[in-house]
Design a protein around this ligand. Structure first.
Ligand code: ADP
Length: 514
């Protein structure tokens, strides 16, 4: 097949096959722009779409090679979802584990990911993550990120392997990394600049983008704010290629409901308002393989008592869920392994909430459950009111209308299990060295609700971060992708703290290979 045939086939696929059945939101008449019809306003070696971990890592690496780079961000600030999370980064086989005699390996990490991902993960991508995890930490540090010398134990990981930024936030990486990028004279970073279309040459190679500068995102508009006409059109050439690092679609009310009709428009999410599907759909239009787009992960550690990500996820997943427990307020009983993977826990919470949407389960723990790595977050939770402190279990029972006797019995049963090294829900209590709930209190509590958090699916990439074409099953020339916009790595459900590693590793790889 010659190149022109191949390209015609791309367009046909975009308009009929992929468009009709999988994109939903896409414009069936949309076509990529032909470079013959375009005069570029500015030309670079590389154009990167998105300023999260993935985009910034790609830009930094490409610039270090001496390439000229334009990074664009549609929002008024950088960092997307990358800047609003707990800053936990899974690093299998890390030096702190070795210091503490915690045995870890590539195999154990991949086994953990496959268990959470229901076995449908693309294993070669997981292998790449492990192989480059230590490098990605060094690179983040080179850019100015600082990590605590502590380990967190995130649910679904069979051992503690997560390091955490000094400020318990992804911003601890994003702020220095965006500075690193902006200080490099080979790089430009334009905020309020939205990618709209790919520009292709006659061979089907991605050679640039159509974008809008001075764009004003309007979160009140539906689905990728399609009616938003703000901004001035500009064409940016990308001689070596484009890196798509536009993140996930946890805030795209249309697209997320299309994939999972259980997500009503008014359901809060942990994501930033710009987490929409538009840029990913444009990659599908030029033939990128869609992978597992309907697996949307709910964070089981979020709280209805704050908007967005907030602080509850840090205080639960790195605190109350560790040596504490979660109870069904109606029965006073536990109902899950609080250190299971996210899907297992969110599913268990949904069973309760579907019976009574107001009966939010409550996470309960004592001071010993908060590791030193999150000590600065405890007061934030108490100050905002998302976490409450009570002196006795009777007070906890009154506050949440939990049957008091059953609650006390559950705490005792759980503690007995920890001491015996055996838990009724399979929590790995045998590794707790007897750490359990301190029955004399005080008790810290957070109400729970699962919120859409990470969208597992996206475009298919290979281990070189090249986007794979439906048509040729080969890389689409000139198109790379990294981060949450890619699919397959995490299968049905991503393990907590693997996203930062994933985004940095594949962002770096995109920048190195382009
Ligand atoms: P990741 O974790 O994969 O790096 P993030 O959500 O942190 O993803 O970052 C993705 C960034 O891409 C966000 O800041 C988002 O606003 C930006 N983005 C999404 N779509 C576009 C677009 N069409 N044009 C420019 N930037 C975009």
């Amino acid at each position: 097949m010659n190149h022109n045939d191949s390209r015609r086939k791309f367009i046909k696929l975009a308009g009929v096959g992929v468009g009709a059945s999988m994109l939903g939101a896409s414009n069936l008449m949309a076509k990529p722009i032909d470079v013959k019809d375009v005069k570029f306003d500015e030309e670079y070696d590389v154009v990167v779409i998105g300023t999260g971990f993935a985009g910034l890592a790609a830009a930094a690496k490409a610039a270090e090679k001496g390439l000229s780079v334009l990074v664009i961000e549609k929002m008024g600030r950088v960092g997307g979802n990358s800047t609003i999370n707990g800053g936990g980064m899974a690093v299998p086989n890390n030096p702190i584990q070795k210091e503490r005699n915690i045995k870890d390996s590539k195999e154990i990490f991949i086994k953990d990911c496959l268990k959470a991902g229901l076995g449908i993960n693309h294993v070669e991508l997981l292998e790449t993550i492990v192989d480059r995890a230590a490098d990605s930490v060094s690179f983040a540090e080179k850019c100015g990120a600082k990590f605590q010398h502590e380990l967190s134990w995130f649910g679904g990981h069979s051992v503690p392997r997560t390091i955490v930024t000094e400020n318990n936030s992804g911003s601890g990486i994003i702020i220095p990394m965006s500075k690193y990028v902006e200080e490099n004279e080979k790089c430009k970073l334009y905020k309020r600049t939205k990618f709209d279309e790919f520009v292709l040459d006659e061979a089907g190679r991605v050679v640039g983008i159509k974008a809008r500068v001075e764009y004003r995102f309007d979160s009140k508009l539906f689905n990728d704010d399609k009616e938003n006409k703000s901004g001035e059109v500009k064409y940016f050439g990308a001689k070596k290629g484009v890196v798509l690092a536009s993140g996930g679609f946890g805030m795209d009310k249309f697209y997320r409901k299309l994939q999972d009709p259980r997500i009503p428009d008014d359901m809060d999410s942990t994501n930033h308002p710009g987490a929409t599907a538009g840029a990913m759909a444009k990659a599908f239009e030029i033939g990128a393989c869609p992978v597992q787009v309907d697996w949307i992960q709910f964070g089981p550690w979020a709280s209805p008592d704050e908007r967005g990500f907030g602080v509850a996820p840090i205080l639960t997943q790195q605190g109350l869920f560790k040596y504490g427990m979660a109870v069904d307020v109606k029965t006073g009983k536990r109902f899950m392994n609080e250190l299971a993977d996210r899907k297992t826990r969110a599913d268990a919470e949904f069973v309760i909430l579907r019976k009574d949407p107001k009966a939010n389960p409550v996470a309960i723990g004592t001071q010993n459950t908060f590791g030193p790595e999150i000590k600065n977050v405890i007061q934030k939770g108490l100050d905002s009111g998302v976490m409450k402190k009570y002196n006795t279990l009777d007070e906890v029972a009154i506050a949440y209308k939990i049957p008091a006797a059953a609650l006390k019995e559950s705490v005792k049963k759980y503690n007995d299990g920890v001491k015996a090294g055996k838990d009724e829900f399979g929590k790995p209590v045998e590794q707790f060295k007897g750490e359990c709930i301190n029955e004399s209190g005080p008790f810290y509590c957070i109400r729970l609700t699962p919120k859409p958090h990470h969208t597992m699916g996206g475009v298919k990439i290979n281990t070189k971060a090249q986007v794979i074409s439906m048509d040729t099953q080969e890389p689409i020339p000139g198109l790379y992708a990294a981060g949450e916009v890619t699919g397959g790595t995490h299968g049905a459900s991503r393990l907590g703290s693997v996203a930062i590693t994933d985004c940095l590793v594949f962002g770096m790889i995109a920048g190195e290979n382009i």
